[in-house]
Ligand binder design. Structure first.
Ligand code: C5P
Length: 223
C-alpha cells in the first residue's frame, strides 16, 4: 500500500444532539469511528491510518481501535483543519498519497477509498468524490428572502475521502489561514487543480439524528 488515511474524529457533534463526541456515538452497537476505520483498513492500498481523536479520549480510542486495524492515534485540534494538520504531522515516511476522511462518513465503502487513491496515482494532485445536487438551491439574505436560484447543474455535493499527493497536502496545510471545512479548499487556494470522481451515497456524513437512523437501516440491510 502507498496510501495513508487521516481520520479527523475530534469533533463534538453538536448537531447530533447532546452526548459523547460524534465519532464515538454508537451505530448498531459500535462507535461510528470503528465502522469508518474498519472500512478504510479493508481498502488494499491503505498502509497507514492516523486518527485525530478528542484530546480527552486518545487512550480510549487507541484501545477501541486496536482490535479493528493497526492505527496511530493523535490528539485532535480546536477545529477540523487543526485535527487534520495534527494527523498529517504523524504520518511516517513512506506513503506518497494521503487521503483525508471524516469519521462521520462511517459507511464509506472501501471501493471509494480505492477509486480516490487510484485517481491520485494516475497523476492528479487532488481528488474529491462528489454527487450531483438533487434539490433546487436558492441563495437567501439574512431575512430568508430569496436572492436568486443557483444553477444546480454546475454544483456538486462533496464527500470524503479526499485524496492528495502528499507534498501538495503538506504545502496547503503549511500555508493555511482561516479554517475551512475541507482540505480540497486549502489546496484550491494554492492554485492546484482539484478533480472530481463519482462519490457514493453510502459515504453520507452522519450529522443529524435522521442520518444516524438511516445508517442503522442501511447496516441492517447489509451495507
Ligand atoms: O462537524 P463536522 O461534521 O463538519 O466534522 C467533520 C469531521 O471533522 C468529523 O469527523 C469530526 O469529528 C472532525 N473534527 C475534528 N476536530 C474538530 C472538529 C471536527 O476532527 N475540532
Amino acid at each position: 500500500g502507498d496510501v495513508a488515511v487521516l481520520v479527523p474524529a475530534a469533533g463534538a457533534g453538536v448537531r447530533l444532539g447532546p452526548g459523547v463526541p460524534k465519532a464515538l456515538r454508537p451505530l448498531a452497537g459500535e462507535p461510528l469511528l470503528v465502522h469508518a476505520v474498519r472500512r478504510i483498513a479493508a481498502a488494499p492500498s491503505v498502509r497507514t491510518v492516523v486518527v485525530a481523536a478528542p484530546a480527552a479520549d486518545v487512550e480510549l480510542v487507541r484501545t477501541m481501535l486496536a482490535p479493528v486495524a493497526p492505527v496511530l492515534v493523535v490528539s485532535g485540534g480546536a477545529d477540523r483543519q487543526a485535527s487534520v494538520a495534527a494527523a498529517l504531522a504523524a504520518v511516517p515516511a513512506g506513503p506518497e498519497i494521503v487521503l483525508v476522511h471524516d469519521a462521520a462518513r462511517a459507511l464509506t465503502p472501501p471501493e471509494l477509498v480505492e477509486s480516490v487513491a487510484e485517481a491520485v496515482r494516475a497523476g492528479h494532485d487532488a481528488v474529491i468524490p462528489v454527487l450531483p445536487v438533487v434539490d433546487t438551491i436558492k441563495e437567501v439574505d439574512a431575512g430568508e428572502r430569496v436572492l436568486g436560484t443557483v444553477d444546480r447543474s454546475a454544483l456538486r455535493a462533496v464527500q470524503t475521502p479526499q485524496g492528495f499527493r502528499r507534498p501538495v497536502l503538506a504545502a496547503a496545510h503549511a500555508a493555511a489561514g482561516d479554517p475551512l471545512t475541507d482540505d480540497a479548499g486549502l489546496v484550491e487556494k494554492q492554485g492546484v487543480p482539484v478533480v472530481c470522481v463519482p462519490g457514493s451515497e453510502l459515504a453520507l456524513k452522519i450529522t443529524r439524528p435522521f442520518d444516524l437512523a438511516l445508517a442503522e437501516h442501511l447496516l441492517a440491510a447489509g451495507a
